[in-house]
Design a protein around this ligand. Structure first.
Ligand code: HEM
Length: 233
């Protein structure tokens, strides 16, 4: 999602939230099944039962988080996987490109690591991009080779430090299940129904594999490929 449309969406949402709040309370059916996420937040705010009460700004911040963390992560994973598949037709899927390459953390107490003092209160960036390509823990780390996961018991849910595509600990991605579905479902549909070819004159080795610098490490170049439905082959 481009930044401009994200901001527009956010402003629209902010207007809606202010306009809609009383309406939502008056008319929302109170059983869980009919509530959406905003209803749940508004109810929690109204009931005031949370250990740390929330206000409209908290709600807006979390929803903004959901948009930013929940869109580019999935789309860029689908994009990276398609590109790797085009470069390596033999293989099917692997996360060589974590879409969220850095985990931000605040250091609560002072620590000394490898002779470096990390003062309490410092912001620390955990570079999972580098950890997931570290040759001390991965054989041929730069190679797109999904089979490596077949022979190793490896959790992607934050218990193996060398592989944390969804983060770790209490700030682990709350959208993991949704994110997996949002990647696996479109990817499998795209691969099942279409044969993917490069446009005339383009070679797989010419793909620009440079990543964006930002919260989400998407590919800088847009992907241009020719999709042919299998039933037409
Ligand atoms: C392939 C898909 C996705 C990947 C790889 C991914 C990865 C991540 C990572 C690495 C973090 C940081 C975790 C940490 O600091 O330990 C994160 C945080 C977060 N993700 Fe995801 N994510 C994905 C999809 C989603 C989706 C679909 C949503 C929501 C619908 C979502 C919502 C969030 C939120 C709200 C946070 C912040 C959590 C916090 O700070 O407490 N993510 N995600």
């Amino acid at each position: 999602m481009c930044y401009r449309s994200l901001i527009d969406t956010y402003v629209d949402f902010e207007n809606e939230l202010e306009k809609d709040e009383s309406y939502r309370f008056q008319y929302a059916i109170q059983d869980f099944g009919s509530e959406d996420l905003v209803d749940v937040f508004l109810r929690a705010k109204e009931e005031g039962q949370l250990q740390y009460p929330i206000d409209d700004n908290n709600i807006k911040a979390v929803l903004f988080d959901m948009f930013t963390a929940g869109t580019d992560t999935s789309t860029s994973t689908v994009d990276w996987t398609l590109v790797e598949l085009l470069r390596h037709p033999r293989v099917m899927a692997k996360r060589l490109h974590p879409p969220a390459p850095m985990l931000p953390r605040a250091c609560i107490d002072e620590h000394v690591i490898d002779g470096y003092t990390i003062p309490a209160g410092s912001m620390v960036m955990v570079n999972i991009w580098a950890m997931q390509r570290d040759p001390r823990y991965w054989k041929d780390p730069e190679t797109f080779e999904p089979e490596r996961f077949e022979n190793e018991e490896l959790s992607f849910l934050g218990s193996d430090f060398k592989y944390m595509p969804f983060g770790i600990g209490r700030r682990i991605c709350p959208g993991t299940t949704f994110g997996l579905a949002a990647v696996e479902s479109p990817l499998s549909q795209l691969l099942y129904h279409f044969d993917w070819k490069l446009p005339e004159g383009v070679k797989a080795e010419d793909f620009d594999m440079i990543e964006n610098i930002g919260n989400t490490a998407s590919r800088i170049q847009n992907l241009h490929v020719v999709a042919t439905p299998y039933e037409k082959l």
